[in-house]
Each structure stands twice: as structure tokens, then as C-alpha cells.
Design a protein around this ligand. Structure first.
Ligand SMILES: Nc1ncnc2c1ncn2[C@@H]1O[C@H](COP(=O)(O)OP(=O)(O)OP(=O)(O)O)[C@@H](O)[C@H]1O
Length: 252
């Protein structure tokens, strides 16, 4: 393990009943890496993220954070994450939720409401919605609220699971621009199926397939310095099955 490692995963395995979902995952994430976590539906991306965040226990293996620490309060304070809308408190307004997260992470040294509203406005392009209950938000608005909450504590490690889902084109561009700036001062891990966005943001790729890591290196090496697109390179690596059209003749 190198001194500036932010995450050091050793032999992380996870099974549900007898089904192996992660099989001896070994990954080191260095400071200022911006990593695209890729893989088919069901490859284990969310499971891996939840294990890293301590929301799910691994069946075996060990994770060290920020150069050797275990998952203590200091590590949690330095980490921001968004892993889905099911964790949003519907009965709070957007601003109240950001204030709650702010208090939880930062105690007395919390951000001003003005900072929180500016953060909200950056992604929403307005402030009015911050006074409305999250229960009344659209899917995309909830997504943006979760992303804002992940940023309140100015995390050194930012982990986002499918952050682009449901975002309109403007919000996607905002998020891309934001992460491209933010990654200069932080380590970022993003799981996404949107390869165009991953290509615009990430420097490294971690690709899971059939419960194992099948690629863990730079984006540039993966696309042979841009000679092929990320999509083509991914298809070459994962070789999708040729599903015969005849099987759906009854349909089309
Ligand atoms: N609570 C659970 N109980 C049993 N199996 C589970 C559970 N959660 C996930 N799995 C299984 O673990 C595997 C990995 O799921 P995971 O959600 O990590 O995949 P993913 O790569 O994030 O997929 P997607 O791209 O579709 O979001 C899947 O086969 C899934 O069915």
C-alpha cells in the first residue's frame, strides 16, 4: 500500500446466500484519482460501493482508508456519497435536508445557509424549490438533492452511484463541469452506465464482470489513447453475446 492511498481494498468478497457477487476484489485508489466504476447490470458495482461506505458488510477481506485507517468517524467526515433516492428524507425540505447533513458532519463549524443555498442553486438554477418538501420533488430533483447532500462536507473522497440517472441535459453538463473542477482537490469514484460522461470525467476505470475486477487502469490505456471509443473498448473486453433476432420474431 502506498502512503497516499485513499482506499485500499484487499481480497474483498461478498456472497448473498451462496451466490458470489464479489470475488477477491483488490483495488488501491490513490489521492486525486477520478475513477469510473463500470460493468453490466448486476456486476456488483453498488454492492462494492456499499461495502466501501460501510453500509454493507463484506463476507471477507479488508478495507483501509486514507493511508491506513479503518472506517472511523474521521474517515466518515472526509467522505461524501450519493447512492440513491431511497435514503432521502421525504418529509424535509431540500434546504432542511442539507442543513441536517451539514450539522451531522460539521457540528458547530458548519456551512452557512447561504453556502448551502448557493450549492442548491448551482444544480437547480433556482432557490425556490429548496423550501419545498422533498416528497414533492421530481425524480431528477431528488437526484440533485442527493448530490448536493454528498457535497456539503466538502469531502476528500466523493462516491457517486449513477448520479446522472434522470438528470436533464443541463444538469448533466453542470455535474460534469463540477466534477472536473472538484476532482482537482478530491478523489472521486463514479459508477455510471453513461460512457460518454465517464469519458469526459474519469482518468481511471475499474471494470467489474462476473464478480471480478477485469480492468483497473487508466482510461487512456483502455481506449488505446483515444483510438477507440470507451463503448467499443468495453464491448471488446466484455464481448456481449450475439442474441439472435429470431428469438423476438414474434415481437417485431
Ligand atoms: N440484498 C440482496 N440480496 C440478494 N442479492 C442481491 C442483493 N443485492 C444485490 N444482489 C445481487 O448482487 C448482484 C450485484 O448487484 P449490484 O446492485 O451490486 O449490481 P450493479 O452492478 O450495481 O448493477 P446495476 O448496474 O444494475 O445497478 C446482483 O446479481 C444482485 O441480484
Amino acid at each position: 500500500m502506498l502512503d497516499n492511498s485513499i482506499l485500499d481494498l484487499t481480497d474483498i468478497s461478498k456472497s448473498y446466500d451462496k451466490k458470489v457477487v464479489l470475488d477477491k476484489v483488490n483495488v488501491t485508489v490513490q489521492a486525486n484519482d477520478c475513477i469510473g466504476l463500470l460493468g453490466r447490470n448486476g456486476a456488483g458495482k453498488t454492492t462494492l460501493i456499499k461495502i466501501i461506505l460501510g453500509l454493507l458488510g463484506a463476507s471477507s477481506g479488508e478495507i483501509k482508508y486514507f493511508g491506513g485507517a479503518s472506517l472511523n468517524n474521521d474517515v466518515k467526515k472526509k467522505t461524501g456519497f450519493y447512492i440513491g433516492q431511497e435514503y432521502l428524507p421525504e418529509e424535509l425540505t431540500g434546504l432542511q435536508y442539507l442543513q441536517f447533513i451539514n450539522y451531522l458532519y460539521n457540528g458547530k463549524a458548519r456551512q452557512s445557509d447561504e453556502n448551502l443555498l448557493n450549492l442548491f442553486e448551482y444544480f437547480f438554477e433556482e432557490r425556490e424549490s429548496s423550501k419545498k418538501m422533498i416528497s414533492g420533488y421530481s425524480f431528477g430533483m431528488k437526484q440533485k438533492t442527493g448530490i448536493c447532500a454528498a457535497l456539503v462536507n466538502q469531502p476528500q473522497l466523493l462516491i457517486l452511484d449513477e448520479p446522472f440517472s434522470g438528470l436533464d441535459a443541463f444538469s448533466c453538463r453542470r455535474l460534469i463541469e463540477f466534477i472536473n473542477k472538484y476532482k482537482q482537490r478530491a478523489t472521486v469514484v463514479i459508477s455510471s452506465h453513461d460512457l460518454t460522461f465517464i469519458e469526459k470525467i474519469c482518468d481511471r476505470l475499474l471494470i467489474l464482470e462476473k464478480s471480478r475486477v477485469v480492468y483497473n487502469d487508466t482510461l487512456v490505456n483502455f481506449t488505446t489513447s483515444g483510438k477507440s471509443t470507451l463503448e467499443d473498448s468495453l464491448f471488446t473486453l466484455l464481448r456481449p453475446q450475439d442474441t439472435s433476432d429470431e428469438k423476438i420474431n414474434w415481437l417485431v
